[in-house]
Write a protein that binds this ligand. Structure first.
Ligand SMILES: Cc1cc2nc3c(=O)[nH]c(=O)nc-3n(C[C@H](O)[C@H](O)[C@H](O)COP(=O)(O)OP(=O)(O)OC[C@H]3O[C@@H](n4cnc5c(N)ncnc54)[C@H](O)[C@@H]3O)c2cc1C
Length: 610
């Protein structure tokens, strides 16, 4: 074999027999790791990605932030199993199927969790774990290239930031639109009308509060900045990097309990052609980076997972690993809705629809030099608040959570180690519910007279992602959020919704804007009514699937260790959102980049000495 590979983007016929590393999934994490591992110019890397390599405008467009996820070419087509506690509703499971993965289709909100979220991960191992806020901070800095907002925008809307939490070397940008609505600032300031709300100078500081945050955007091109532009396009200049797009990985090949390669089928006319299936050898490691939904599926298809699930699907169990596909988490989105009837701050997002002069100006400056309101994706301000700030019963809910029989809220046949891990997580959350280090409440500010999304940042229920026993290799996995199975989730969500009502209807700072509650409406007053509203309307997904290959100790149901190595298997790591043992109180993409940066160092240099 040669260290010098041929073209960087290859088709199945050009794939070599062997590489040092084979990466499954050319998404957010996979491309980040591939970029770092090829930096030395020597280690050969093949990335295998199901989706296509595309420059489609639905990926690159920043305006509005949702073009990618609305383009079915670039999305998996998966529906959850009916959710018993949500009136049997089925939920669309959204994940990107394209080079760049979900970073190509996400809403470009650039946020990290709080320090406590990352310290929690390490706490499941030991006090001296190298998974901590302090240890991840350098990787957050490496992960993104922060370009400050224009001084005129900073001045016009009072954006604050602190570059000490950011770096400027990555190919992936955290940048700012060239315009912000002053109405957004007014909505932020209106949180001062309620007690104890912290205001934070920079979104990267690891503190909860009300703050501005950037956009995954190339500030010169004013286009989406993501794993393809920031990592693939860097790595493809190197002779030791190759990407095979439009190929579906079927399974990881094991010799004994050592991962030695990968088998895949080229995609032809949109479908895997299994008659043309091939395999490729990984001399050093296989790196699984297929995301929170598909990484557990691929492990299970490879014979690594809970024996019971694998047997039901007629897959030979090579490594009985009970945690694979368990511990599934995503951020629930709540949907009460408000409308200000006398929204005075100007300009606001409404002006784009209702004010001819403003919208003409907006179109002109966008056409002339890609500036103005059309450079905004989904907005850049939100509130991320600890539970004691939003609820008067934080101590009571904390006590109730600690006292639960936790295992009784998991599926009946859950392995005792997985149940022990769940208990450890719930005890950590019980402490978090009564302190001010973890954000539970998220309200995105719209800059217009209607409200933005409302999110529960730390759900207590745990779902599952398993192979479909009826046809495990061909069908998408069975995704079950098991929404609201822990009854305290409803209690937390009720308090989130009540606080939202308070912000709009019972807040001296928003009073002059005369908000109207469109839903659920004034007749909803009792907790039973709120709970019914939640069951009818909430979505268990903000498209942030994590936890299904959890980095936890084996005795706590973990799938990977602190070096992200799969327990019981040699030569195999998981590096993507699925390794997060618990959700962070933030949209997940920035954390995935940081985890991938750290993983690349673990692979190259081994575990750090702490
Ligand atoms: C619609 C949407 C909106 C979002 N909005 C935001 C946001 O605004 N801000 C934010 O921070 N986060 C957001 N997220 C979440 C964030 O984008 C993800 O958490 C993150 O990108 C996940 O990275 P990953 O590496 O775990 O997986 P991905 O980036 O999804 O990568 C997995 C890759 O593996 C590939 N793959 C899967 N199975 C196979 C197989 N069998 N063979 C070959 N390849 C395979 C997939 O095609 C994909 O490219 C959003 C996500 C979505 C889907």
């Amino acid at each position: 074999y040669g260290r010098q590979l041929r073209a960087a983007v290859v088709d199945a016929r050009q794939v070599q027999k062997e590489y040092d590393y084979v990466i499954i999934g050319g998404g957010t994490a996979g491309l980040t790791v591939a970029d770092r591992l090829t930096e030395d110019g020597k280690s050969t890397v093949l990335v295998i990605e199901y989706g296509q390599l595309s420059d489609s405008a639905s990926i690159t467009t920043v305006t509005g932030g949702f073009a990618g996820m609305n383009d079915p070419k670039f999305m998996y087509d998966i529906n959850s199993v009916p959710q018993v506690n949500l009136r049997n509703r089925t939920i669309a499971v959204r994940a990107g199927k394209v080079v760049g993965g979900s970073s190509a289709v996400n809403a470009m909100m650039t946020i990290r969790g709080t320090a406590e979220d990352y310290d929690r991960w390490g706490s499941f191992f030991s006090k001296s774990s190298h998974w901590s806020w302090q240890n991840l901070l350098p990787y957050f800095k490496r992960a993104l290239n922060f370009v400050p907002p224009n001084p005129d925008v900073v001045q016009s809307v009072n954006i604050t930031y602190d570059t000490s939490f950011w770096g400027n070397t990555s190919g992936v940008y955290a940048a700012w639109p060239s315009y912000q609505y002053p109405a957004t600032t007014a909505q932020m300031e209106a949180f001062r009308g309620l007690p104890d709300v912290p205001f934070v100078k920079d979104s990267g500081s690891g503190q909860p509060g009300v703050y501005w945050y950037p956009t995954f955007m190339d500030p010169k091109k004013v286009e989406r900045s993501y794993a393809k532009t920031g990592h693939h396009e860097v790595a493809q200049k190197r002779p030791n990097y190759q990407l095979l797009a439009e190929a579906k990985v079927n399974k990881i090949l094991l010799t004994g309990t050592t991962a030695t390669g990968v088998s895949y089928s080229p995609i032809v006319s949109g479908k895997p052609n299994n008659d043309a299936a091939q395999s490729v050898i990984a001399r050093k490691e296989v790196i699984l980076a297929a995301g929170g939904i598909h990484s557990p599926q691929i492990l299970q298809l490879s014979g690594i997972g809970p024996k019971k699930i694998l047997s039901a699907a007629k897959i030979d169990t090579l490594v009985d690993l009970p945690g694979v596909g368990q511990n599934f988490q995503d951020h629930p989105m709540l949907s009460s809705s408000y409308q200000y009837t006398k929204f005075t701050p100007k300009p606001s997002g409404d002006d784009l629809r209702t004010n001819r002069t403003f919208s003409t100006w907006a179109n002109e400056v966008w056409a002339a030099n890609r500036t103005g309101p059309s450079s905004i994706a989904t907005g850049n301000a939100a509130a991320w608040l600890p539970f004691p700030v939003i609820s008067s019963r934080s101590a009571a809910l904390s006590d109730a959570l600690a006292a639960q029989d936790h295992a009784s809220y998991l599926p009946a046949d859950t392995h005792p180690t997985v149940a022990a891990g769940y208990r450890a997580q719930m005890l950590s959350y019980a402490a978090a519910l009564r302190n001010n280090g973890t954000a539970f409440y998220n309200a995105v500010l719209s800059g217009s007279s209607t409200n933005g999304i409302i999110v529960d940042l730390h759900p207590l229920s745990r779902g599952t992602v398993q192979v479909d026993p009826s046809d495990p290799y061909a069908k998408e996995p069975l995704v079950d959020y098991r929404a609201l199975t822990n009854p305290l989730d409803a209690a937390v969500m009720i308090d989130i919704l009540k606080y939202t009502r308070r912000y709009y209807l019972d807040n001296p700072a928003t009073k002059p804007w005369a908000a109207r509650e469109n839903s659920p409406g004034a007749s909803t007053t009792t907790d039973e009514q709120w709970a019914s509203f939640i069951a009818r309307t909430m979505s268990p997904s903000e498209f942030h699937p994590v936890g299904t290959c959890a980095m936890m100790p084996l005795e706590l149901g973990g799938v990977v260790d602190e070096e992200l190595k799969v327990y019981g298997v040699k030569g195999l790591r998981v590096v993507d959102g699925s390794v997060m043992p618990t959700l962070v109180g933030a949209n997940t993409c920035q954390t995935v980049y940081a985890v991938a940066e750290k993983a690349a160092d673990l692979i190259r240099f081994g575990a750090p000495k702490v």
